[in-house]
Design a protein around this ligand. Structure first.
Ligand code: SAH
Ligand code: AVI
Length: 320
């Protein structure tokens, strides 16, 4: 197994400092969601995927279980590249199908969370002895150029993580991904779909409080990495459905007035009681919108599947 590290501790520290300074001095205050995923944050995300309210992972798994063989036959992929791979758990359905199909030689997981990446890549390397596992610790908004060259690649972006981009970032990401692919190569995209508000809000505000813990984890990351003194328990977890934008918004609401010292930035940040720090959007999609965005970016949507209940969509597109 090979592990390329394109994000050293120093790179991560610099990027976190830049994002935290920009976000904590903005109005409203914001932090990008990629900072949720230290080792504990990745573990919390895995716990989220098992919650009764969090249907996306189960729904996407159902769609992939039914259609993995067709994906393998249609693409005949030699390399499977996974962006934001996390535990790569559902990905095993695709690895198995491509392996059975007889074309697959290489697996390239890419994730910003090195602990999660290392654990997943090591396990897959052990379980698929004839697969060349080439893991990349990197940022999918910066390191797509580091994906090993070749043809016959299938890039997968699962879990609905594309919904965590703002629309303009999403367009840029799709454009950048298209630019590193050759015509004829494949892209498999998982997207959570618009549905009733109660189901959506429950998925992001579970009764066991795991999503609240995940949301507050970004404050713990700032405390540890930037010497900040946030009191995470003094922030309430907020999950709202924005019906106009068709996205879930996660925020952290200050329960009292606070002054937070961020030593690593030499910055004091004040929160009024009730003030909200915006931590994540999770956009929900419709079939036509996804197809249009892919087409604009230079992909040709070829197949569309959902789970039986129509909660989560999977699009197979080809670089045109
Ligand atoms: N694909 C998995 C995990 C989804 S969780 C699934 O479907 O269950 C989102 C994953 O994206 C996490 O593993 C997180 O570490 C990773 N991630 C978030 N922002 C990233 C970025 N900018 N670059 C690379 N990986 C990122
Ligand atoms: C990774 N991503 C698709 C998750 C989502 O559903 O937007 C992250 C998450 N946030 C809260 N719960 C899960």
């Amino acid at each position: 197994m090979r592990l390329d590290i394109h994000l050293t501790e120093a790179d991560l520290a610099r990027a976190l400092r830049d994002d935290a300074r920009a976000g904590l001095t903005a109005t409203p205050k914001t932090l990008p969601p990629k900072w949720f995923y230290d080792a504990y944050g990745s573990e919390l995300f895995e716990r989220i995927t098992e919650l009764p309210e969090y249907y996306p992972t189960r729904a996407e798994r159902a769609a992939l279980t039914t259609h993995a063989a067709e994906i393998a036959e249609t693409t005949g992929a030699k390399s499977l590249v996974e962006l934001g791979s996390g535990s790569s758990d559902k990905t095993r359905l695709l690895l198995d199908a491509l392996h059975r199909h007889g074309t697959l030689a290489r697996f390239v997981p890419l994730d910003v969370s090195e602990p999660a990446l290392r654990a997943a890549a090591t396990a897959i390397d052990a379980d698929y002895p004839d697969l060349d596992v080439h893991a990349i610790a990197g940022d999918f908004t910066r390191h797509l150029d580091e994906i090993p060259a070749g043809d016959g690649r299938l890039v997968v972006f699962l879990g609905g993580t594309i919904g965590n981009f703002e629309p303009a970032e999403r367009a840029r990401f799709l454009h950048d991904l298209r630019a590193v692919l050759h015509p004829g190569e494949w892209f498999l995209l998982g997207t959570d779909l618009v549905k009733d508000e109660a189901t959506l809000v429950a998925a992001y505000d579970d009764s066991a409080g795991v999503t609240a813990e995940f949301n507050r984890n970004v404050l713990r990351v700032l405390n540890r990495q930037l010497g900040a003194d946030f009191d995470p328990e003094s922030f309430a977890h907020v999950a709202l459905w924005d019906a106009k934008e068709e996205w879930i918004e996660m925020r952290l609401r200050a329960l009292r007035p606070m002054r937070v010292r961020v030593t690593g930035l030499d910055l004091d940040v004040s929160f009024a009681e009730g003030e909200e720090l915006y931590t994540e959007i999770s956009a929900k999609f419709r079939r036509d919108g996804i197809a249009a965005e892919l087409t604009t970016a230079g992909f040709e949507p070829a197949r569309w599947w959902t789970d039986p209940a129509g909660r989560f969509g999977v699009t197979l597109a080809q670089a045109s």
